[in-house]
Design a protein around this ligand. Structure first.
Ligand SMILES: *Cc1c(COP(=O)(O)O)cnc(C)c1O
Length: 396
């Protein structure tokens, strides 16, 4: 039996390689951080992690994870509703709700699961989901798992969104869903306008704060802080896998009845294991740190501003950003790959993205800043970019 599909898979894989789309994995031999060691033994500066607050290897979180292991054991061997809920899980859920100014929270193994399990328990074929065209794959999959009518509007396009909301008046309930920060451009969804439209057309509002929580807003509370609309969003999803320590885990936080219904009916919650106590305890410590000091958010904001300013001065074409993601526009797919390869030789680790991940002719290098970066890291990166930029004729 395997012979036939084996041949088929080999052909498909060869096709992926020929198209230049085969994903190689670079092997890191150190903890995640601003500076990492790769398997060839070299030390490189890392500008492609979602480690926005530099917490992936933070001593306080490591200590809290160890304490969680000692006090509450290694694993739960259960889903939450059978025997997988510890006091720690309830504490973390409360801390997340406090952080976002919401009523209640439900934890998942990942934000992918949070998004995958949010629509189906709430909506039927009588209802509608109105989704931004650039929403994350996990939102798209969640929408697919639900029988509600689907409407898609062009990225952050308020006129198109309004048209879709008008069409969706035909349905009973409507959920409008958007990423808070779009990961390829670093732009923030225009939440003030979106909220107005949601109110006008009687739609629930859901946002995914994966790339914005910890980053956007003066204290990193996300887009609801940036737009001063705390408490006005019905459903917020997010991850513990990016800013918040980079371990694993996701959550949905929002209105109490919605969260309660998800505990009853959300399939990735009901049929998947509880997150382990070490991770949960580290999460609790992390949110405590967030309420004690704004040091890391401040440093991240300074780093982002500094890098943007220096790169502009160097003559690069940057997309304006409202997050810790800065796209360096190169427009040419091959150039983006050559540029990233040469930067690695300079000890700078970044990724070049091109079609189909970004639109045709919009190839770029995506830089992600972190509070783990020091000023000398940023200066070294700008110098590396400038050197390679001149070599490849991007800069004069
Ligand atoms: C990363 C990401 C996710 C997935 O988060 P995980 O916890 O890693 O599953 C979901 N939504 C968005 C917008 C993301 O960027």
């Amino acid at each position: 039996m395997y012979g036939k599909i084996k041949e088929h898979l080999q052909k498909e894989l060869a096709g992926i390689r020929e198209a230049g789309l085969y994903k190689e994995e670079r092997i890191i031999t150190s903890p995640q951080g601003g500076e990492i060691t790769v398997s060839t033994g070299e030390s490189v500066l890392n500008f492609c992690a979602n480690n926005y607050l530099g917490l992936s290897n933070h001593p306080k979180l490591i200590e809290a994870a160890k304490e969680g292991l000692d006090s509450h054991g290694f694993g739960m061997s259960s889903v939450r509703f059978i025997c997988g809920t510890q006091d720690l899980h309830k504490i973390l859920e409360r801390k997340i709700a406090e952080f976002f100014g919401t009523e209640d929270t439900i934890l998942y193994a990942a934000c992918f699961d949070a998004n995958g399990g949010v629509f189906e328990p709430l909506l039927t074929a009588d209802d509608a989901i109105i989704s931004d065209a650039l929403n994350h794959a996990s939102i798209i999959d969640g929408v697919r798992l639900c029988k509600a009518q689907r409407y898609r509007y062009a990225n952050a396009d308020m006129a198109d969104l309004e048209d879709k909301l008008i069409e969706a008046q035909a349905q009973r309930f409507r959920i409008l869903v958007t990423d808070a920060v779009f990961s390829m451009d670093g732009n923030v969804a225009p939440m003030d306008k979106i909220l107005k439209l949601a109110d006008k057309y009687d739609a629930l509002l859901m946002i995914d704060e994966a790339h914005s929580a910890g980053v956007v807003g003066k204290t990193g509370r996300g887009v609801t802080e940036l737009f001063d609309i705390r408490g006005k969003i019905d459903i917020i999803t997010g991850t513990l896998g990016k800013s918040f320590g980079g371990g694993i885990g996701g959550f949905t936080t929002g209105k109490v009845e919605i969260i309660d219904m998800l505990r009853q009916r959300s399939r990735p919650y009901l049929f998947s294991n509880s997150i382990p106590p070490a991770i949960v305890n580290a999460g609790i410590r992390m949110f405590d740190m967030m309420s004690e000091t704004n040091e890391l958010q401040d440093k991240l904001h300074c780093n982002t501003e500094y890098f943007f300013k220096k790169m502009k001065e160097a003559g690069f074409d940057l997309k304006p950003t409202q997050s810790a993601i800065i796209p360096i526009m190169l427009y040419d797919a091959k150039l983006s790959q050559d540029f990233a390869a040469k930067l690695l030789d300079e000890g700078i680790y970044v990724i070049g993205f091109y079609y189909p991940v970004v639109p045709k002719g919009q190839a770029r290098i995506r830089v992600q800043l972190s509070a783990a970066h020091e000023k000398e890291h940023l200066d070294k990166a700008v110098a590396g970019f400038t050197k390679v930029g001149k070599e490849l004729g991007v800069l004069k």
